[in-house]
Design a protein around this ligand. Structure first.
Ligand code: NAD
Length: 362
């Protein structure tokens, strides 16, 4: 099977879909791999490392002419021109995918959309949402720590004693739990919140407090383990339950998300106005509109002395490890579609079917 790796062209995208270690594993399994020159450079994986792993270097045309073409972000029309009919593209399809399954089907190309992940144990090693959310949660905690005008840990020094910062993490999925673990390691007093009943135990297991168990919605989870959009009355109950803790926090990291929907609004402008000057909000949900009413995606704004940070594509800011994890997810998926050395899509396999279907598995 011929595997191609394309260089990312989106602004500020520094990740690469396959790192040299994965390329070596694919070659050991019998594949040939063509990597577009410079594909790994922004994540600090050199062309020489790919060659040492057994890959051939090429341009976008030769890498795109493979049986299976790997990229982090969806392919542009220009890139698709190199992909031949019958080939498979492995990438994150994105919401306004130009390279939608329908467009691709017209060209005889199949898209395996990496973000359509059945939440099963078998699919876990191919789950780019989880691996990249881990990076996002970690980085959000660090951004919060470095944006505050105070320490996170308690300090007792000859120059006086300093109280620890209070951090509140809203949304305790993969990113939220990583943000909780990281800010706890840095010494903050951490509280977590989520509407899914199962999340409370996860938060407590990390040594953080769980805020407002009464605001948990027993019917908030889908069969896949994700949250559902709350009814207006439930949403108001949540805001009333968490508002007091938000205004007392030094650092709020918000990660609440609902698949396929805008991020739920959990931090209102009124709450921000009541927060202590010098507090910081890191809104990891900025990409889908933000959990805070005042978030401007991709920007840092200040309101009433509160800094509101709306970072985009956090995983790309740690491209080396983000790519390493992404690449392992992709490599496991490539292993799944190789049968006797040839590309074969088994539509009876739920992982393949979910990614090919054009609908979300969520
Ligand atoms: P996500 O990114 O879709 O959402 C982040 C969090 O926001 C979720 O925990 C969600 O409950 C929460 N949320 C939504 N609306 C909220 C609101 N109004 N207030 C507070 N919080 C709100 O979710 P995710 O991180 O991808 O994972 C969700 C669940 O799936 C977790 O339980 C996770 O452990 C599980 N999961 C399972 C697998 C697997 O089985 N393969 C893989 C990854 C994650």
């Amino acid at each position: 099977m011929h595997v191609g790796v394309l260089k990312e062209i989106a602004p500020r995208e520094r990740r690469v879909a396959l790192v040299p270690d994965s390329v070596a594993r694919l070659i050991k399994a019998g594949d040939t791999v063509t990597v577009e020159r410079g594909a790994g450079a922004a994540a600090w994986f050199s062309d020489e490392a790919y060659v040492a792993a057994g890959a051939t270097l090429g341009d976008a045309r030769s890498a795109g002419a493979a049986d299976l073409v790997c990229k982090v972000q969806r392919l542009s029309d220009g890139e698709l021109d190199a992909v031949h009919s019958g080939a498979v593209v492995v990438a994150v399809a994105g919401r306004e995918a130009a390279a939608s399954p329908e467009t691709l089907a017209g060209r005889g190309i199949t898209l395996l959309a990496l973000e359509r992940v059945p939440r099963s144990t078998r699919a876990q090693s191919m789950d780019v949402l989880s691996s990249q959310a881990t990076v996002a949660g970690y980085k959000a905690a660090l951004i919060g720590a470095t944006s505050l005008a105070r320490f996170l840990p308690m300090l007792t020094t000859a120059a006086g004693s300093l109280t620890p910062a209070k951090a509140l993490v809203l949304g305790a999925g993969v990113a939220g739990l990583q943000a909780i673990a990281t800010s706890r390691r840095l010494g903050a007093v951490v509280t977590g919140f989520d509407v899914r009943p199962a999340a409370a135990e996860d938060v407590l297991s990390l040594g953080a407090k769980f805020l407002a168990p009464e605001a948990i919605a027993q019917d908030a989870s889908t069969a896949g383990g994700y949250a559902k959009e709350l009814a207006e009355e439930q949403q108001q109950r949540v805001l009333a339950a968490i508002g007091g803790a938000i205004v007392q926090s030094d650092l709020v990291i918000s990660t609440a998300a609902i698949p396929g929907k805008p991020a739920p609004r959990l931090i209102t402008a009124v709450m921000v106005a009541q927060m202590k000057p010098g507090s910081v909000i890191v809104d990891v949900a900025a990409e889908t509109g933000g959990n805070c009413e005042l978030t401007r995606p991709g920007e840092t704004v200040e309101s009433h002395g509160v800094t509101i940070i709306g970072p985009l594509n956090l995983p790309s800011t740690m491209p080396m490890h983000a790519s390493q994890m992404f690449s392992r997810n992709v490599q496991t998926l490539v292993d799944l579609v190789r049968k006797d050395g040839k590309l074969m899509l088994d539509m009876n396999d739920d992982i393949i079917a979910a990614r090919c279907s054009g609908g979300s598995a969520r």
